[in-house]
Write a protein that binds this ligand. Structure first.
Ligand code: UD1
Ligand code: MG
Length: 455
């Protein structure tokens, strides 16, 4: 099929008023990725397709979002929202280029799978002029009904235009369609708007094609795959369905999820086999984890690269630019940002490591803070291999601790520490024999005197 050229038109001009949002509907996200990008990805996954996006308001932002996954996508504007056929014609110039297959996708339908699209295009390759993606609806209300005769599709009847008998049909239009390029413009231009909504329905091309003796068929997709997002309840449903799919995919690829329903992935999370993810872990965008790592419970990761055998958490926060090498450890209540942590280094408890490099095998004691920000600029902390930072130390950046350097606990370090040096950055302790007992006696006497004064 790959030799057939393909244009995928993503309709993204929905007003989305039911989202109750200042943002266009198609920029709302599932798994951290705008809806319009999910549709664009589905189109691309099914074989090389040129992408045309038809947008309405805030079209620049819609194109910018789509470009992140489809850099060559072209934008067309639908000035007035007169229906799906009218929207497709906004991309008339692209259709007129003469592609073999024209795909029409809805940007508010993020769960379409590449197999569904492959099936649509296969129908065209087998001689159909139009292939409509159908599904069996648990509740068909609101959807266009597919009127069939055997394996032929005769018409799509929009809900508002159905007779009572037609309204009982449960085989519905999922919204995606493939049209043979040679017929596309002639069919869509023949669509009128004499219907209940006064819109130019793309679905009317089915009846027009049948009247012209062309072959029209329907494929069958899972209802979940054609879930459309019109409000935030459906947005959450789409998110849940997407997450369930991703968890399953991860587990089948060898990742252990102890309580899968509590783990939240981003659209781009990558995890290697034999890594264990404990309950209640959230992955923001840009996380990749190699094999045999353990992400303990209640950790939040974003923009982090994690090598083999690394342990993270429980209750750890990895922010963008955290790069942990083999067998490094970031323990409970630690935050790591824009920092390279070399192999075997340990940051086990209650630390903030930001804008830093930690050498191989270094040990960062509990409560260590890299003071990276002076209120205006960020500065870097460099800690050498095998260094030991005592607990509750503040490392005031820019600062370098040499290889094997030692920092006494409780230090505030403001000057570089040479390799294998030992730095004390704290007040010296003095002990006074017997003074503890003397102080206790004096304080007790004071308290007793106050009490007797009151009574
Ligand atoms: C559409 C189908 C219906 C199908 C249902 C599946 C038509 C006429 N009807 O109905 O058969 O069962 O989807 O969800 O196609 N859009 C534009 N410009 C417009 C109108 C729509 O870009 O002028 C875009 C919307 O942003 C949306 C898509 O086209 O992404 C579908 O439009 P919508 O109004 O949601 O159609 P439905 O009534 O859901
Ligand atoms: Mg819709």
């Amino acid at each position: 099929m790959s030799e057939r050229s393909c244009l995928a038109i993503v309709l993204a001009a929905g007003e989305g008023t039911r989202m109750k949002s200042a943002r266009p509907k198609v920029l709302h996200e599932v798994a951290g990725l705008p809806l319009v990008c999910h549709a664009a990805r589905a189109a691309q996954a099914a074989g090389h397709a040129e992408l045309a996006i038809v947008a309405g308001r805030q079209s620049d932002e819609v194109l910018k979002a789509a470009s992140a996954v489809a850099p060559t996508a072209r934008l067309y504007l639908q000035q007035e929202r007169l229906g799906t056929a009218h929207a497709v014609l906004a991309a008339r110039e692209a259709i007129a280029e003469g592609h073999d297959d024209i795909l029409v996708l809805f940007a508010d339908t993020p769960l379409v799978e590449s197999d569904d699209i492959t099936a649509l295009r296969k129908g065209l390759a087998e001689g159909a002029a139009i292939v409509v993606m159908g599904f069996e609806a648990a509740d068909p209300s609101g959807y266009g009904r597919l009127l069939t005769d055997g394996d032929r599709l005769l018409a799509v009847r929009e809900d508002k235009d159905c007779t009572d008998a037609e309204r009982k049909i449960t085989f519905c239009n999922g919204g995606l369609m493939a049209i043979a390029g040679e017929h596309a413009l002639a069919l869509i231009e023949a669509v009128g708007n004499a219907n209940a909504k006064g819109e130019y329905y793309l679905t009317d091309i089915v009846e027009i094609a049948v009247a012209r003796g062309l072959k029209v068929v329907a494929t069958v997709a899972d209802e979940q795959n054609v879930l459309g997002v019109n409000n935030r309840v459906q947005l959450a449903e789409a998110e849940a369905a997407w997450q369930a799919r991703k968890r399953r995919e991860m587990m089948l690829a060898g990742v252990t999820l102890i309580a899968p329903q509590t783990v939240h992935f981003s659209h781009d999370t990558e995890i290697g086999a034999d890594t264990v993810v404990e309950p209640n872990v959230v992955f923001g965008p840009g996380v990749s984890i190699a094999e045999n790592a353990v992400i303990h419970a209640f950790s939040h990761l974003e923009g982090a690269q994690i090598a083999q055998g690394v342990q993270v958490g429980p209750f750890a926060r990895l922010r963008p630019g955290a790069r942990l090498s083999e067998n490094a450890k970031v323990g409970n209540f630690c935050e790591v940002k824009n920092a390279d942590v070399a192999a075997g280094a340990k940051i086990n408890h209650l630390s903030y490591i930001g804008d830093a490099s930690i050498g191989a095998g270094a040990n960062i004691g509990a409560g260590t803070i890299t003071c990276n920000y002076d209120g205006f600029l960020k500065h870097r902390t460099t800690i050498g291999a095998g260094a030991f930072i005592g607990s509750n130390s503040s490392l005031v950046a820019p600062i370098t601790i040499g290889d094997g350097g030692y920092v006494a606990s409780g230090s505030v370090i403001t000057q570089d520490v040479p390799a294998d040096g030992l730095a004390f950055g704290r007040a010296r302790q003095t002990n006074k024999d017997g003074l503890g007992a003397e102080l206790r006696a004096r304080l007790k006497a004071e308290k007793d005197a106050r009490k007797s004064g009151k009574t």
